[in-house]
Structure formats: structure tokens, C-alpha cells
Write a protein that binds this ligand. Structure first.
Ligand code: FEO
Length: 395
């Protein structure tokens, strides 16, 4: 148990640490665990809790609150975002302080209604609404899709302390709670962004712009260390990571090729696309990092996939690449498919279904070739590349 930590007069961290967590939400590896940060803000007349913690850690959370104030003093519980790692303890807390009012966006209120099946006091707030705690003001900043539709930030206005919930966080647990007392955890901050925030780059830029005029002193995310110095650092990193890349018509060809046959086809596709006047990047997926693959997906106007069929299926490395498609902000949804096969050749059809389910436009049929592609198949590959490039150039 960590115990509450004073961040300033009448301002406490009351969260819990989860250093042994190895996978977050059953999705993302967390080598250094995580924290569920919650905060207690005491004004002259009212007291607010900002976000709660995972339900399993309620007892520890409750002890932290009680170490600072009596539960009867809790007037407001601000829910910046209703995912259970932050709202999981809300129902239990409301049982103990039923007079408290839950403050949230309309979307969060709707989601909470499906998580908590009892009545509770609720106040819906919109962008720039404020809440007076007596000498201290909470201002709410709508930040939808960072990373749920319900998300908002809360700003303790007079002191420039921002509580942005998941945004700018890191799955990282250390000895203390402040960023400036930790070893370098920048890799975890970037990994967190890639896993959770990356699909919402436009929304990130919109939300970050709302903070430009805020004189920020402290940044208190809901996961990982708190920034009491250089509070703008993670915000500016998010802006940089979300900025659109330079314009230009580009196609990426992602392929895997155990025997070099699909690679021959990839080169023919690239030749056709390049001749049509677009810049082409050939990417053997086993020779590129996940970050490089995702960057290409976001930077290119057309994405072409080449895969063999192995055991009547798309090989796992290519399935992994296809899974990344829903974790990035795609610039374009124009695609193409090709691949060599031995005797059954189901992979191209499966790939086609995957791309169509993601609303990809496929300007040419897929090209399949048994074993080593003949000249006719390579000519079809060139035509495929040309067709995708011409579609991209119409944009
Ligand atoms: Fe940390 Fe979206 O929950």
C-alpha cells in the first residue's frame, strides 16, 4: 500500500499502484505495471475526488481517502472517463457517500448508467463549464475520443493543475509518484500512446490546442508518474506524434515471402505503381518494426498487401499487421492484394475480406500465382500496382 501523497495544500494523490500488472486490459503488455491515479481536491466549501480506481483496489483507495478526510465531506466525484480502471470503484464509493454528486460528460453519464444499476446524483458538464469548490475552481475541458467518446479533462484553474485522465499517461510504476524522481520511462510513454491514443490523432490535436493558453504547473494523468516540473513535456510530445506528415502520394507494399515468390510479385507491383507516378515503399514485414509499419500505414495513401498461403491461412505475422490497421489513423483506404501459394491459396481471399470489412476500396482484383510467378502473373502484378496508384492519384 502506498498511502496518500500531498501534491499541494488541499490537493492529494489518493490512487493505488499496481506494479505486478503484466498485461493491461488483456491487451497491452505492462512491463513496469501501472498506477490508477485518483486525486482529492479540497476547497473552502466543497471537496471533490477526481476519478476513482479499479474496483479490486477499492479498499486501498478508501483508506487513502479516509487518511485525509471523512467520507461525509465528499461533495463531488468527477468522472473524466468511465472505463472501469477509473470508474470501477465508483459504485462502492457512492454506497458510502450517497450524497455525493457525480460530475461527468453526457457520454460518460450514459456509460455509467450501464455500469451502475442504482440511482445516483449526477451533474452533466460541457466544455468550459466550471465547478466552484470555494476559492478553487474546477474547469472541464471536453476531450472526446482521448480515448473514449466520454473523455474530458479537469483543470484546477487557480493552480494550473490538469487532470487529463488517460491522456499523457504511462503504464509505469516506480518508487515515488513524480516523473522527476523516476528513471527514464519515455519508452513507456510512447508505447502507451501507440497502443491507446494513436488512432485519435486529429482529436489529440484538437484537445491539445485547448491547452495552449493554460498556464500549466502540474500534469496529473490517471496512469503513471505525475509531472510537477516540465508539465508541458508530454503534451508537446503528443502534439508532435499526432502532426500530419508532409503531403505526397505514397503507396506501401507490405509483404511476407518465405521462399521469395511473393517478394518477386511485390517487386512487380512496386514497378507498376512507381511507373504510374507515386512513391512506393516496399516493406518486408519481418524486417520492419511495429512502429515503422504503423507509421507507413498512416503516411501512405494506398496500402497493398502480399501474402502466401500457409496451412490454408494467412501467416500469423501478416495477421498481426492486419490487426494494426484498426489501431492507426489511416490516411487512405485504397488497397490491393497479391500472393504466391502452393496448392490451396486461400490467403488472398481472406485478406480481401479483411480489407473490405475495413471499407477499403480495391481498384483491381487480387493477383495469385502458384509457387514461382510466371511472366504473366508478374504482368498482372504490375497492372495491380498501376491500378492502385491511379486510384490514389485521383484523390
Ligand atoms: Fe485508463 Fe481508458 O482507461
Amino acid at each position: 500500500m502506498s498511502g496518500a501523497v500531498e501534491l499541494g495544500k488541499g490537493l492529494h494523490w489518493i490512487g493505488v499502484k499496481d506494479p505486478s500488472l503484466t498485461v493491461f486490459d488483456d491487451l497491452f503488455p505492462t512491463e513496469y505495471g501501472t498506477t490508477y491515479n485518483s486525486y482529492l481536491v479540497q476547497g473552502d466549501t466543497h471537496t471533490a475526488i477526481i476519478d476513482t480506481v479499479k474496483r479490486k483496489r477499492f479498499d486501498e483507495f478508501l483508506a487513502n481517502i479516509r487518511s485525509i478526510t471523512d467520507l461525509s465531506k465528499i461533495d463531488y466525484i468527477v468522472v473524466n472517463h468511465s472505463e472501469p480502471d477509473h470508474s470501477g470503484s465508483l459504485a462502492l464509493l457512492l454506497e458510502l457517500c450517497p450524497e455525493a454528486t457525480v460530475v461527468s460528460s453526457q457520454a460518460a453519464r450514459t456509460f455509467l448508467g450501464n455500469q451502475i444499476h442504482t440511482q445516483f446524483g449526477s451533474r452533466i458538464v460541457k466544455d468550459n463549464d466550471t465547478l466552484d469548490l470555494g476559492g478553487r475552481t474546477l474547469r472541464f475541458i471536453a476531450a472526446p475520443f482521448l480515448h473514449w467518446p466520454d473523455t474530458m479533462f479537469t483543470l484546477l484553474e487557480e493552480e494550473g493543475v490538469l487532470f487529463p485522465c488517460d491522456a499523457f499517461g504511462s503504464h509505469y510504476t516506480g518508487e515515488g509518484i513524480f516523473a522527476d524522481e523516476m528513471p527514464d520511462f519515455s519508452g513507456e510513454t510512447r508505447f502507451y500512446f501507440d497502443c491507446i491514443m494513436r488512432p485519435f490523432k486529429e482529436r489529440i490535436l484538437q484537445a491539445v490546442a485547448k491547452l495552449d493558453d493554460v498556464e500549466l504547473k502540474m500534469l496529473c494523468p490517471s496512469h503513471g508518474p505525475i509531472y510537477r516540473s516540465d508539465a508541458r513535456k508530454p503534451i508537446e510530445l503528443y502534439r508532435k506524434w499526432s502532426m500530419p506528415k508532409a503531403a505526397g502520394r505514397r503507396i506501401a507494399i507490405f509483404y511476407i515471402s518465405p521462399h521469395g515468390n511473393t517478394e518477386q510479385m511485390a517487386e512487380a507491383v512496386a514497378k507498376g505503381a512507381g511507373a504510374a507516378g507515386v512513391h512506393v515503399t516496399l516493406c518486408h514485414i519481418n524486417h520492419a518494426s511495429v512502429a515503422d509499419i504503423r507509421d507507413l500505414m498512416e503516411e501512405c495513401d494506398g496500402l497493398i498487401f502480399g501474402t502466401p498461403t500457409i496451412n490454408r491461412d494467412i501467416p500469423k505475422p501478416m495477421w498481426d499487421v492486419l490487426a494494426y490497421l484498426s489501431t492507426v489513423s489511416l490516411k487512405g483506404n485504397i488497397g490491393g492484394i497479391f500472393g504466391s501459394f502452393g496448392w490451396s491459396g486461400e490467403a488472398c481471399r481472406m485478406l480481401e475480406e479483411r480489407l473490405k470489412s475495413l471499407n477499403f476500396k480495391l481498384p483491381a482484383p487480387f493477383v495469385r500465382a502458384p509457387f514461382m510467378p510466371k511472366a504473366e502473373a508478374l504482368a498482372e502484378c504490375e497492372a495491380l500496382g498501376r491500378a492502385v496508384a491511379e486510384e490514389v492519384l485521383k484523390k
